[in-house]
Write a protein that binds this ligand. Structure first.
Ligand code: HEC
Length: 373
């Protein structure tokens, strides 16, 4: 019998392969959710509540969809760190691989944003408001862009983005990234073997999805505003991107949170293209593949990956730890009046709700809902 652990390729790109595996999981749970989600603005949250509370397996499916996104985020992070440390961008034969890999981050990011908005509870609402504000910082087109985002927003449109447009872009990129090559080796064999070696992580997703769930009812006992502050929630890792809004003022915000990352991103995506001619990696790759690196080297590389990964994740943790998971329901609760219980109908009208224009206020309200007014 062939030993699955003998195929080195699985370990070399373990987290890349794991990402692929859970993307399939994400598509499957996503398809389940499609059948219950109703994008009409008055029904969206009700349909999510119904799905979570009344449909058999609904809560598990929804929470798996959340936790899988989180694991995907982490797996992609590790995969990226490893590829950088391995100097993959130096290998000319890997140019397309590198470019598509970096570009894949964009639809992933957009899938997270749209996915957060769709349930249309207070957090989704908040997100939908803060993203257009962000675009306002871009010179010249900022104002137009902002009104475009607000005016064009409807839940059905965002649903189409989330379940159709973005997944198609995503799959095309994945195809160029590695499906092409995988097909020659046998996709199903790969999935099967990879599922076996990633079983512990897959089980972790199911366990987390079962036990750390998102609240889906106005609770009987109204929580305190800061309740849930220390409960991990997979959505929080995203807040790190919005932190500049909290700590920087004025023109520093666009510089640090839009221009620098954007320039870095573009430079990063095309890296192998300027390093043309400096390629020295090809041979070493092949040699290394046939003669595995000595243990010491593997150990040093592994520790580096762990250290960088720990640095990235602790940033995310620090940026997100104190935002309440359950607390929004403390005040945004039907018993506090209709206006507070459900997202107001005038959510697009910033003359009626002027706070929505103020990102600083929004950010502060998210982290410290009690102190803000
Ligand atoms: C301590 C009570 C309290 C908590 C907890 C709370 N909010 Fe609020 N929130 C309010 C009040 C009061 C307003 C209205 C402020 C105003 O209109 O001036 C508000 C307004 C908002 C708004 C602005 C739009 C609007 O309709 O006025 C958003 C978005 C929002 N809250 C989201 C959240 C989210 C997300 C959470 C959880 C992280 C949360 N809130 C937690 C009391 C709270």
């Amino acid at each position: 019998m062939e030993n699955i652990f003998s195929e080195k390729i699985h370990w070399r790109h373990f987290f890349g392969g794991f990402s692929f595996l859970i993307i399939i999981l994400q598509i499957l749970t996503g398809i389940f959710l499609i059948f219950f989600y109703d994008p009409a603005i008055d029904n969206a949250y009700k349909s999510v509540q119904y799905l979570t509370n009344n449909v058999t397996g609904g809560s598990l499916m929804r929470n798996m969809h959340r936790w899988t996104a989180f694991f995907l985020f982490l797996a992609v992070l590790i995969h990226t760190i490893r590829c950088i440390l391995r100097l993959d961008f130096m290998a000319q034969s890997k140019r397309v691989l590198w470019l598509t890999g970096v570009l894949l981050l964009l639809p992933t990011f957009m899938l997270i944003v749209t996915g957060l908005i769709l349930p249309w509870e207070w957090k989704g609402y908040w997100f939908m408001e803060i993203i257009p504000n962000y675009s306002e910082f871009i010179p010249l087109i900022g104002h137009k862009l902002k009104s475009f985002f607000i005016e064009s927003f409807t839940l059905p449109r965002y649903q189409v983005l989330h379940i159709l447009v973005l997944p198609i872009i995503f799959l095309i990129l994945i195809n160029y990234h590695f499906l092409d090559k995988l097909r020659k080796r046998g996709v199903f064999k790969y999935i099967y073997k990879h599922a076996l070696i990633s079983l512990p992580l897959l089980i972790a997703i199911v366990v987390l999805a079962k036990y750390i769930t998102i609240p889906s009812e106005d609770p009987e006992v109204i929580p305190m505003p800061l309740e849930g502050e220390y409960i991990p929630a997979p959505e929080w890792y995203f807040l790190i991107l919005l932190l500049p809004l909290m700590y920087f003022k004025g023109s520093l915000i666009p510089v640090l949170s839009i221009y620098v990352p954007l320039l870095f991103f573009i430079a990063f995506a095309f890296l192998p293209y300027y390093l043309k001619g400096k390629a020295v990696r090809e041979e070493t790759e092949a040699v290394e593949y046939n003669n595995p690196a000595p243990l010491k080297k593997i150990f040093i590389r592994g520790s580096l990956v762990v250290i960088i990964f720990a640095m990235c994740t602790s940033l995310i943790y620090l940026g997100a730890y104190n935002s309440p998971t359950l607390g929004c329901n403390g005040c945004h609760h039907l018993k506090s009046g209709f206006r507070m219980g459900i997202v107001p109908r005038q959510f697009k009208d910033r003359n009626v709700l002027p706070n929505l224009d103020d990102n600083q206020w929004m950010m502060g309200h998210w982290f410290y809902p009690t102190e803000i007014y």
